[in-house]
Write a protein that binds this ligand. Structure first.
Ligand SMILES: Nc1ncnc2c1ncn2[C@@H]1O[C@H](COP(=O)(O)OP(=O)(O)OP(=O)(O)O)[C@@H](O)[C@H]1O
Ligand SMILES: O=c1ccn([C@@H]2O[C@H](COP(=O)(O)O)[C@@H](O)[C@H]2O)c(=O)[nH]1
Ligand SMILES: [Mg+2]
Length: 209
């Protein structure tokens, strides 16, 4: 089943043709909180295209691009790759997708990411989904994930948690301060978490009608 979530429309300054701006939802939460898992369900039910910033960066490493080695070493340390690189990858992915509704998963990770995305694309998120999960549960999930990710080792996981608390949570708090966050208790079974997620998207569809 696919349900529609509205696409915002804005007039050009000269009043000519209306220009559609994509609808962007930022999907945030600590490492292993279940962002990717839930995004797959949202895509299926609500017709969004999902871009994981981490997956796009891993794609750059695999493609052998000139930034690949820098990205790889930053990821292995759990550090945040410069905004310029990530925003460019997200912008290209959105432009090439043919869709107008995007889930951007795992980005923005710090305030600089947030500002750079807004400045380069001119897009502000419609809202932010925040998956709230205790660290012990996230650690358990990542250690059981078995997807062969180089950064899924206990040393890097701990670094990722630290960066999340120091740099990424303030971004969530910023969006909370402007009333854009839908906080989801992510420490429940996948299906229960999705029930809460579904309620958010459904209520937004109803408001747009
Ligand atoms: N609600 C849940 N309960 C138990 N396990 C879950 C739940 N959601 C996801 N998982 C599992 O936990 C692991 C991490 O999930 P996922 O990859 O979706 O997290 P993530 O937030 O995208 O992580 P990362 O930030 O590291 O990319 C996966 O193995 C997934 O199958
Ligand atoms: O916007 C981003 C997203 C990710 N990173 C780096 O990638 C890893 C893994 O990210 P996941 O979201 O867990 O797939 C992350 O620890 C960062 O090193 C980034 O720099 N910027
Ligand atoms: Mg993920």
């Amino acid at each position: 089943m696919e349900t529609d979530v509205g696409v915002s429309t804005s007039e050009e300054a000269n009043g000519s043709a209306a220009k559609k701006k994509p609808t962007v939802v930022f999907v945030l939460g600590g490492p292993g909180s279940g962002k990717g898992t839930q995004c797959a369900y949202i895509v299926e039910h609500f017709g969004f295209t999902h871009f994981s910033a981490g997956d796009l960066l891993r794609g750059e490493i695999d493609s052998g691009s000139e930034n690949g080695l820098m990205i790889k070493s930053m990821m292995n340390e759990g550090k945040i790759v410069p905004s310029e690189v990530t925003v460019k990858l997200l912008q290209k992915a959105m432009e090439e997708s043919g869709n107008e509704k995007f889930l951007i998963d795992g980005f923005p990770r710090n305030d600089e990411n947030r500002a750079a995305f807004a400045a380069v694309t001119g897009i502000e998120p419609a809202f932010v989904l925040f998956f709230d999960c205790p660290e012990e549960e996230m650690e358990r999930r990542i250690l059981n994930r078995n997807q062969g990710r180089d950064d899924d080792n206990i040393e890097t996981i701990r670094k990722r948690f630290k960066v999340f608390l120091q740099s990424s949570l303030p971004v969530v708090q910023y969006y909370e301060s402007i009333g854009k966050v839908h906080k989801i208790d992510a420490a429940r079974p996948v299906e229960e978490v999705f029930e809460s997620v579904k309620a958010v998207f459904t209520s937004i569809n109803e408001k747009d009608d």
